[in-house]
Write a protein that binds this ligand. Structure first.
Ligand SMILES: [Zn+2]
Length: 283
């Protein structure tokens, strides 16, 4: 059993209508934090789960039609909030980050990616199918992909073609298998499709605190798997695969019911992040 050390950072946030994440929550604005998990493994070193926002989001959305992206998701980010700046403040250089697991390719998860040029990127090939860079700018907007946020294709190609063993996770339903990226069962990448075709999460069975299940945007709020309160139907229709999205949330609800010790952390659920940080602080 290899234990990893987890720290949760917030690398910027975006403001959106609360009722977008949970039906019935109204039209008031709320801030959705962009979570970055820093995972320290005794042999492998530092892995990030997602990279949050960076100033590249501003550059990549300067011109129309990409500018619509920043109108829809207005971002708040101070220079010291980026993942690379927060790591530097902890004495960690960008080159010390050996792996970056990307849940999916939306800007709030990948805008900091190019700040970690030495990292092996672990990303589902379904997220960036061949020819994705040739899409029109309107098609990129529809997919919510900003090519300027990604390193060159050679770097990305290595990452998506990397082969790793699949092992059982001990989790129910479609979460039962995971990619064992360290070869010792300590970090298991799990497919959580629906929000995007190749969306994935990261399961950490042994940490300095409870087991962690980082679920990215598989759901936006803990209300989804604790009370079956999903985003409104029109918002669900924007998901790449709405049926898969709902099936994954049903599996997360089963984890919540049958394995209450597992801490499920959606990337944009501020109360979940606060609760997880409190658990880590008391560990
Ligand atoms: Zn997101």
């Amino acid at each position: 059993m290899t234990e990893v050390h987890v720290e949760l950072l917030i690398a910027g946030s975006c403001r959106a209508v609360a009722g977008m994440a949970v039906a019935g929550e109204g039209l008031g604005p709320t801030d959705f934090p962009a979570l970055v998990a820093v995972i320290r493994h005794p042999r492998v070193g530092i892995t990030l789960f997602d990279t949050g926002y960076s100033s590249r989001f501003d550059e990549a959305t300067r011109w129309f039609p990409q500018r619509i992206y920043r109108w829809v998701t207005p971002v708040q980010l101070a220079p010291e909030d980026t993942a690379v700046a927060q790591l530097r403040a902890r004495g960690v250089s960008a080159d010390e980050v050996g792996h970056v697991v990307i849940s999916h390719v939306h800007a709030d998860h990948v805008a900091g990616l190019r700040d970690f040029p030495s990292a092996r990127i672990i990303l589902s090939p379904k997220e960036l199918p061949s020819g994705w860079r040739d899409r029109s700018s309107w098609s990129q907007l529809r997919h919510a992909t900003l090519p300027g946020l990604f390193p060159d294709d050679r770097h990305l190609r290595c990452a998506v073609e990397s082969s790793v063993a699949h092992v059982t996770t001990g989790l129910p339903g479609s979460l039962a298998m995971g990619m064992d990226i360290c070869g010792d069962g300590s970090m298991l990448v799990i497919d959580l499709p629906g929000h995007t075709p190749g969306h994935q999460g990261l399961y950490l069975p042994h940490t300095q605190g409870p087991p962690f299940l980082l679920v990215g945007d598989a759901c936006w709020s803990r209300a989804a798997y604790t009370e079956t309160r999903l985003p409104p139907k029109p918002v669900q229709r924007f998901m790449a695969e709405p049926t898969a999205y709902r099936a994954v949330i049903a599996d997360l609800a089963q984890v919540h019911r049958t394995l209450p010790e597992v801490l499920i952390v959606p990337s944009h659920c501020a109360p979940s992040i606060a609760a997880a940080r409190a658990e880590l602080a008391s560990a």
